[in-house]
Write a protein that binds this ligand. Structure first.
Ligand SMILES: NC(=O)c1ccc[n+]([C@@H]2O[C@H](COP(=O)([O-])OP(=O)(O)OC[C@H]3O[C@@H](n4cnc5c(N)ncnc54)[C@H](O)[C@@H]3O)[C@@H](O)[C@H]2O)c1
Length: 257
């Protein structure tokens, strides 16, 4: 069987949290293109129209509203997915928020908000997916971390974000080992600066900030959402059957420099 054949996701059911956002939608698109039933899960109403854009291809798209910071909402979303589509093979935890605030000025509110969505949210998704996948003999879980999990970035600052993403990456390593004998693979993907609306929250609209980022990225450009999506789709598939507990950076060399 060729590598391309092993990347076929026909017959698999996937949830992508943050599926109404830029990276999440790109991921959902690639899973759909590879034949999966993809459930886009997001807090915002526009997730419905995002799912509606996926048509005429190999897979099937569905959507549901989910607040990843609530374990009940995540558990309900997984249960609803299984009710509608029969199983869960792939969970992608891509929902996330960011901000720009120096550490001495860091508010309690931002700390709790970012931990609630980025870290608690990823944990609730990993746990709910693992409970379901254990029943059906395995699956692949991918959580989106960040270069901020492994390097100090800047000039913008967001220590809560960085800690939340380091937590996500370490959770994946840890749970991957715990669940290896259940045939559940757990990996993190760490995007570098990626051309999405989230970067507006940390300063992309400021030309000098953008220039500083580009100067610091070895390939001298932002990543595109589809470049993150290609890697997630690979990890979701059987072509990555030997990979678990890994954090794969998609950052144009930023974390290596
Ligand atoms: N853009 C970058 O440069 C970059 C870099 C590294 C990591 N990331 C990570 O990639 C992921 C996707 O970010 P993006 O750049 O596509 O941003 P985005 O803002 O386009 O997408 C984020 C999505 O998450 C959703 N979301 C937020 N809170 C939620 C909640 N409580 N429950 C459910 N959904 C919620 C939003 O509605 C949005 O659709 C995030 O985890 C982010 O931290 C982004």
């Amino acid at each position: 069987m060729s590598t391309i054949d092993r990347m076929n996701l026909s017959g698999k059911v996937a949830i992508v949290t943050g599926g109404g956002g830029d990276i999440g939608f790109a991921i959902a698109t690639q899973l759909y293109n590879l034949g999966a039933v993809v459930v886009l899960a997001d807090l915002k109403d526009s997730v419905a129209s995002a799912a509606a854009r996926l048509k005429g291809g190999k897979g099937k798209a569905d959507w549901l509203k989910m607040d990843v910071s609530s374990s009940a909402s995540v558990d309900d979303g997984v249960a609803e997915t299984v009710k509608r589509h029969g199983r869960l093979d792939v969970m992608v935890a891509a929902a996330g928020i960011a901000y720009d605030q120096k550490t001495l000025d860091h508010s309690d509110d931002n700390w709790h908000r970012v931990m609630g969505v980025n870290l608690d949210g990823a944990f609730f998704c990993v746990r709910a997916a693992g409970r379901q996948m254990e029943k059906t003999g395995g699956g692949s879980i991918i959580a989106i971390s960040s270069i901020c999990a492994v390097t100090t970035s800047g000039p913008e600052k967001h220590i809560g974000y960085d800690v939340s993403k380091a937590g996500v990456a370490h959770m994946c390593r840890n749970v991957a080992v715990e669940w290896a004998d259940k045939n559940i693979r757990v990996n993190a993907v760490g995007p570098g600066y990626t051309n999405t609306v989230l970067l507006n929250e940390v300063g992309m609209t400021n030309p000098s900030m953008l220039k500083e980022w580009i100067d610091d990225i070895p390939v001298h450009r932002l990543m595109e959402p589809r470049e993150i999506a290609d890697v997630v789709a690979f990890l979701a598939s059987d072509a990555a059957s030997g990979i678990t507990g890994h954090e794969l950076m998609v950052d144009g060399g930023y974390s290596a420099s």
